[in-house]
Design a protein around this ligand. Structure first.
Ligand code: COA
Length: 174
């Protein structure tokens, strides 16, 4: 492991870091797994149970929660928010703060080579397909097919087959 020397980050002892991971100041990691050569910017937080693949770029101010799995070579822009609970509540039926026993973590998968534009929010339970691109500021509510560009709120397909050079246009929802 060769973490680039930085002054002010927190990496809990239970984090599994690959080799040559680059971590900038004010990053907060706990209970997660980060693949070789992945790089993350300032103020990134990654929760327990999240898994990030190899050679990913996680840009500053991004939040990756429990239940998120990101495969290799994925780009995540600035200020991207993942979620893991569609109907969140602070307290349970008896008025006490919820604990882990009171809710189910819903998973999200980002497949190899995909890119998530800055300012995107991803609702949980979805898959972003291989090499797909999510436009900046999107709210992703459904699966994103492989090799497509989606954008908007809710995110809709702008182009499909982007890696085959066909660049077919579409306005269908995802
Ligand atoms: C989505 C994106 C990849 C462009 O894809 P594209 O298929 O080339 O899209 P185009 O630029 O041809 O635009 C097609 C339409 O989508 C709209 N559009 C483009 N990006 C959009 C976005 N992020 N959100 C909403 N609409 C968007 C355009 O205004 C255009 O609309 P129109 O047909 O009504 O004129 C790009 O705009 C984008 O958002 N990239 C991510 C940038 C980013 O976050 N980078 C992070 C590192 S700094």
């Amino acid at each position: 492991m060769n973490v680039e020397a930085m002054k002010a980050y927190r990496i809990a002892p239970d984090v599994k870091l690959g080799k040559d991971v680059k971590i900038h100041d004010f990053v907060n990691l706990y209970g997660c797994e980060i693949g070789d050569y992945t790089k993350m910017g300032t103020f990134v937080e990654i929760q327990k149970g999240a898994k990030i693949g190899k050679s990913c770029k996680i840009s500053s101010h991004t939040f990756i929660c429990e239940g998120v799995m990101i495969e290799d070579n994925v780009f995540v822009g600035h200020n991207v928010t993942f979620t893991n609970d569609l109907y969140p509540r602070a307290v349970g039926m008896h008025g006490k703060l919820q604990t882990e026993d009171d809710w189910n973590c819903i998973r999200t998968l980002v497949k190899e080579g995909a890119s998530i534009g800055s300012g995107t929010t991803l609702l949980c339970g979805i898959t972003v397909g291989k090499n797909a691109i999510v436009g900046a500021g999107s709210v992703v509510t459904k699966d994103v097919p492989a090799e497509t560009i989606v954008a908007g709120n809710p995110a809709r397909i702008l182009r499909s087959n982007i890696n085959e050079g066909t660049f077919s246009r579409s306005s269908s929802s995802i």
